[in-house]
Write a protein that binds this ligand. Structure first.
Ligand SMILES: CC(C)(COP(=O)(O)OP(=O)(O)OC[C@H]1O[C@@H](n2cnc3c(N)ncnc32)[C@H](O)[C@@H]1OP(=O)(O)O)[C@@H](O)C(=O)NCCC(=O)NCCS
Length: 192
């Protein structure tokens, strides 16, 4: 039985300082260039971790005709981190696959955790019942974060699949939580 995603984010085990001038918002087609530039700025190592040993796909998800939602973190107007939530149409239950990328100089400051929280909130808004995440078995920070958000993890062929079960919840609760988040994080220009 997979663990359930709790309504409040996990307690941090260390103190991270989010960048002072950071804005969070959904990305759209107009952000395609910024998105690709962000991926290109990732180190070879991080790009490999992001794409499980592969490289940047030829076509961006912002252009592909697939259902996905991208949340971007902008630091001083430059897109520095992205959370992706791709809907998996063939799944037996409403399922999304999440992926994250935070540029090297900004890792370890809580941005990945914050984007993870937002991604699960959006997944619940979309009435998904499950979010999966696939990463390489050597990706300790990603596995650590996934487990903190209640993921059940399974290992196969050097890859880890994390599965987070989402309890159903009325949309009004999400709206209320976002208002609270905006107040708790006044630096965030736009709560998504
Ligand atoms: C994985 C990634 C998204 C995390 O983003 P981030 O902004 O650095 O994450 P955070 O700072 O919010 O949290 C990192 C957590 O990992 C922990 N961590 C770091 N190194 C670790 C290690 N070697 N082992 C276990 N945990 C580790 C940190 O302590 C922190 O946990 P805490 O908040 O409980 O202290 C980022 O490292 C990244 O973009 N990596 C390259 C691309 C990638 O791997 N994407 C994931 C595949 S989809």
């Amino acid at each position: 039985m997979a663990a359930k995603f709790s309504s409040s984010p996990p307690v941090r085990s260390s103190v991270a300082i989010l960048p002072a001038a950071m804005a969070i918002r959904l990305l759209g087609p107009a952000d395609e260039e910024a998105y690709e530039a962000h991926l290109r700025r990732l180190s070879t190592h991080d790009r490999s971790l992001r794409f499980c040993g592969g490289d940047i796909p030829a076509t961006s998800p912002l252009r592909r005709d697939t259902a996905c939602l991208l949340i971007g973190a902008f630091v001083e107007e430059t897109l520095r981190a992205v959370a992706e939530l791709h809907l998996i149409p063939a799944a037996s239950r409403p399922t999304g696959e999440a992926a994250f990328s935070v540029e090297g100089g900004l890792q370890g400051r809580g941005i990945g955790r914050m984007l993870f929280t937002r991604t699960l909130e959006r997944a619940r808004d979309l009435r998904l019942s499950r979010v999966v995440l696939i990463c390489e078995a050597r990706n300790a920070p990603m596995i650590h974060l996934a487990q903190e958000f209640g993921a059940r993890t399974s290992y196969e062929d050097g890859e880890v699949t994390g599965t987070i079960e989402l309890p159903a919840q009325p949309a009004s609760e999400n709206i209320l939580r976002n208002v609270v988040m905006s107040i708790a994080h006044p630096r965030l220009a736009l709560a998504v």
